[in-house]
Design a protein around this ligand. Structure first.
Ligand code: ZN
Ligand code: ZN
Length: 508
């Protein structure tokens, strides 16, 4: 007999059952989010195994357990394992106080696999409890699943709790898909994931998303590595790779459909909705690549797609940049992005190296972190970075300089709009937009305007290598428009790409 409740609003009901006591609270949702098991142990439990059963309802996708007990000062020891209705799911002994299991990933010591509804139990092994000693254990069991799955990722707490600009790479592959590198003896092998993470660390990135083609086999490995790479946020990702285009699903961990046959095309929208249910973001990858026999599935040619369901477009892809030695020109992804912006979709421009080899020398491909995407986030956590992309206060450091930055803010008569946000203007009103370029080199700022923008010019476009602010006036216009900037070096090479500020008429 167990009682459930949502969240932390637990009123604990203790009852005795075979010498154990359980507490929980009352059912309020088809998938209760949390359950607390407590129990007492005494000298008679010395060198025995004690079961702590709990019911897993239908629809649960992930179970996370946090375990604690008293009496360590009296040499009480409680080891821990988990059984699902079919048998042993793992044993961590005295090594872990929290762990998670899901269909596709699990903490070290535990096995991924279906989350079957029914009776599961924690198995408590008690190698030592003294004769006249009592101890209490508490297991907090958190269920995830249902209509909306909260963002989980591999870490509970942010790596850095401060709002800041955070630098990362949204696109990389390891040996879990088609990433290769040399073994110690020089053989080409599917590259272990830690090599890509090490490359990200050496590139001074704050975060990296490992985006394997369609599979989810990397998640357990990344979970294990995240504990070691605790200064580098690892975001689970997948490159949903179809015959009609590639899309990065960043954040989700449960399965995603990728078999988009020609008679199933509306499924692109279903995919976008499923990514959102799982708390993730979805981006269109390298849309400027060719399609057909030149490059099968590379360009984005899926018809009848609801672009408002996307969050981002990969406007700088390391693979393409290596091919054409630029983020511009043939195969550039920027024109496709800007045409979607002109059609009124507010999609954040992001970038990714698309690294397939962490050792790559520049003659073969660009390294991890080229390009770098720089996200203004409330904290360095998975939800912080994904919310930052959703907000659009993001720019791309094309060369992965580790330090150059560009930001924009519009000051209107009533409100302020950051990069990625909307400024509403009434007739005859205007906003003053400040462009802030830092740690950059000599060159110039270039204003890029959407199709329906009025004529606007910059106060001064020159950059002399020092931190500079440049301004322009954005006036009211009858149609919505957007404005953003590029930063170029003295040879005209694209160095930084900003996201737009959007201007819309506020006509009452
Ligand atoms: Zn791709
Ligand atoms: Zn890729």
């Amino acid at each position: 007999m167990l009682f459930y409740s949502r969240g932390l609003a637990v009123f604990l009901i203790a009852l005795s059952l075979f010498g154990l006591s359980f507490s929980g609270a009352a059912q309020a949702d088809p998938i209760p989010s949390e359950l607390v098991l407590t129990g007492k142990l005494s000298g008679k439990d010395h060198q025995t195994y004690v079961k702590a059963p709990f019911e897993v309802p239908e629809g649960v996708e992930r179970i996370t357990i946090e375990f604690s007990y008293t009496g360590k000062d009296q040499r009480t020891v409680v080891d821990l394992g988990l059984y699902d209705p079919n048998g042993l799911r793992g044993w961590s002994g005295g090594n872990k106080t929290s762990f998670t299991v899901a269909r596709n990933d699990a903490s070290p010591s535990y096995l991924p696999g279906p989350i079957l509804p029914g009776t599961w139990h924690l198995l408590l092994g008690i190698p030592n409890i003294r004769k006249n000693v009592e101890a209490t254990y508490t297991a907090r069991v958190t269920f995830t699943g249902g209509a909306a799955v909260p963002i989980t990722g591999f870490l509970k707490a942010p790596i850095d709790a401060k709002p800041n600009w955070y630098r990362g790479d949204f696109h990389s592959h390891t040996g879990h898909s088609d990433g290769n590198c040399n073994s110690l003896s020089g053989k080409r092998i599917p590259c272990p994931a830690f090599r890509t993470l090490e490359a990200a660390r050496l590139a001074n990135l704050n975060f990296i998303s490992v985006t394997e083609h369609n599979t989810v086999s990397h998640h357990s490995v990344l979970r294990e590595l995240q504990a070691y790479y605790d200064t580098l946020l690892i975001i689970p990702g997948r490159e949903i790779t179809t015959f009609f285009g590639h899309m990065n699903a960043i954040g989700p961990m449960a399965p995603l459909e990728f078999q988009l046959g020609s008679n199933q095309l509306p499924i692109v929208d279903d995919l976008s909705k499923e990514v959102k249910r799982q708390g993730g973001i979805i981006s269109i990858n390298h849309p400027g690549m060719p399609s057909g026999e030149d490059c099968m599935g590379c360009g984005f040619v899926a018809p009848n797609v609801d672009y408002s369901l996307f969050d981002a477009v990969e406007i700088a892809n390391g693979g393409t940049m290596h091919l054409v030695k630029s983020a511009e020109g043939i195969f550039s992804h920027i024109p496709k992005w800007e045409s979607l912006l002109n059609d009124g979709f507010r999609l954040t421009g992001i970038g990714g190296s698309d690294s397939h080899d962490p050792d790559a020398s520049l003659d073969r491909q660009l390294p991890v972190g080229q390009p770098t995407t720089v996200v203004y986030a409330r904290e360095l956590s998975q939800s912080g970075i994904l919310d930052g992309v959703r907000s659009g206060r993001v720019f791309i450091d094309v060369t992965g300089s580790s330090r150059a930055m560009v930001d924009m803010v519009a000051k209107g008569p009533r409100t302020i709009a950051n990069m990625g946000s909307v400024m509403a203007l009434r007739p005859r009103e205007s906003a003053s937009v400040m462009i802030d370029v830092r740690n950059s080199m000599e060159g110039r700022v270039e204003l890029v305007l959407g199709r329906d923008a009025p004529s606007i010019t910059l106060s001064d476009s020159r950059l002399d290598g020092r931190d500079r602010q440049r301004t322009f006036i954005a006036p009211f216009a009858a149609k919505p428009y957007w404005a953003r900037v590029n930063v170029r070096d003295t040879s005209g090479r694209l160095i930084l790409i900003s996201n737009p500020i959007y201007f819309k008429p506020d006509v009452r």
